[in-house]
Write a protein that binds this ligand. Structure first.
Ligand code: IPM
Ligand code: MN
Length: 344
């Protein structure tokens, strides 16, 4: 039977306990078939070495079947602009993990702020370019003539592949795809995105495509979430919408994500949407469900569909019992143990 080599980067703060929890659950679902190698790359690693990961970090990760990441960042120790651009963002780019899949669904027993059932949206976020391309610069720093430029980069290849990915995901679900832009205000990149969407739509006549501006779809997600199914958005818009999605599904403790390299030319990376949460990092109350859901997505990506489904069912059994459904009410360990018991 296939065994999988998993690179584990717990990172900072609550990234550490939730990753540990997720791996215990994954190992339970696929006994003896996961070989995890842990890398201590984090803000503490930066304070010791001056780098978020070693020079050959990307090369080291390349040979793994998947990467499991906790959370990166501890702004009191290292500015976020340094920590994120030194670890998380370069991995997404180097391994062409251009599709960031973020499912937003209310688990049984979880009461979201909208207090109505049936919230189930799949967000596909462009993950390697757009507004987070890293292109830009600053001149005349510290003077009154200071200029900061941050350039959003939209390539035809990049836009086309994420939209195709969105169309394919829509095909697998309801056949409805919502494309998110701001083409009324951003007349170059977003008009281009709309054009490519319309070109591709001809190839997917079975998918019903609708176009929304980011501000309008944010409102729609709250007012009429049932009218949306698969949503595809640029890096920044997808980032914002998926925190909104997380909130509606009950909080960041439930929001999972998969940074996917669809061509499988390099490993994909699985991480909860939440950050390192320094304020609660030492309380032992971080909700591990987002990280556990993320490893379920990892197993699914690796082809272990049955094991992934068992983890999801176990999670749903646990939340239906009211465990892990209210922030801070259960300890990380308690929730993890409940998921493990439900797996038996
Ligand atoms: C996320 C995070 C990151 C992102 C930050 C930490 C750079 O917010 O995964 O959503 O926006 O990509
Ligand atoms: Mn985010």
């Amino acid at each position: 039977m296939t065994t999988y080599r998993i690179a584990v980067i717990p990172g900072d703060g609550i990234g550490i306990p939730v990753t540990e929890a997720a791996l215990v659950v994954a190992a339970k679902a696929l006994p003896g078939r996961l070989e995890a190698v842990t890398f201590p790359w984090s803000c503490d690693f930066y304070l010791q070495t001056g780098q978020m990961m070693p020079q050959d970090g990307i090369d080291t990760l390349r040979s793994f079947d998947a990467i499991c990441l906790g959370a990166v960042g501890w702004p009191e120790k290292v500015p976020d602009s340094v920590s994120l651009h030194g670890l998380l963002l370069p991995i997404r780019k180097a391994f062409v993990q251009y599709a960031n899949i973020r499912p937003h669904r209310l688990l049984p027993g979880v009461e979201g702020p909208l207090r109505k059932g049936g919230f189930d949206i799949l967000c596909i976020r462009e993950n390697t370019e757009g507004e987070y391309s890293g292109a830009g610069g600053r001149v005349h720093q510290g003077t009154k003539d200071e200029v900061a430029v941050e350039t959003a980069v939209f390539t035809r290849a990049g836009v086309e592949r994420i939209l195709r990915f969105g169309f394919e995901q829509a095909r697998k679900r309801s056949g409805r795809l919502a494309s998110v832009t701001k083409s009324n205000a951003q007349k170059y990149s977003m008009v281009f995105w709309d054009e490519v969407t319309k070109e591709l739509a001809a190839e997917y006549p079975d998918v019903a495509i609708s176009h929304y501006h980011i501000d309008a779809i944010a409102a729609r997600m709250v007012m009429a979430p049932e009218s949306l199914d698969v949503v595809v958005a640029s890096n920044l818009f997808g980032d914002i919408l998926t925190d909104l999605g997380a909130a509606i599904q009950g909080g960041l403790g439930f929001a999972a994500s998969a940074n996917i390299n669809p061509d499988r030319s390099a490993p994909s990376m699985f991480e909860p949407v939440h950050g390192s949460a320094p304020d609660i990092a030492h309380l032992g109350i971080a909700n591990p469900l987002a990280a556990i859901w993320s490893v379920a997505m990892m197993l699914e990506h690796l082809g272990e569909v049955e094991a992934a489904a068992r983890i999801m069912t176990a999670m749903e059994t646990v939340t239906a019992q009211g465990i892990g459904t209210v922030p801070g009410q259960n300890k990380t360990d308690e929730i993890t143990q409940a998921v493990i018991s439900a797996l038996d």
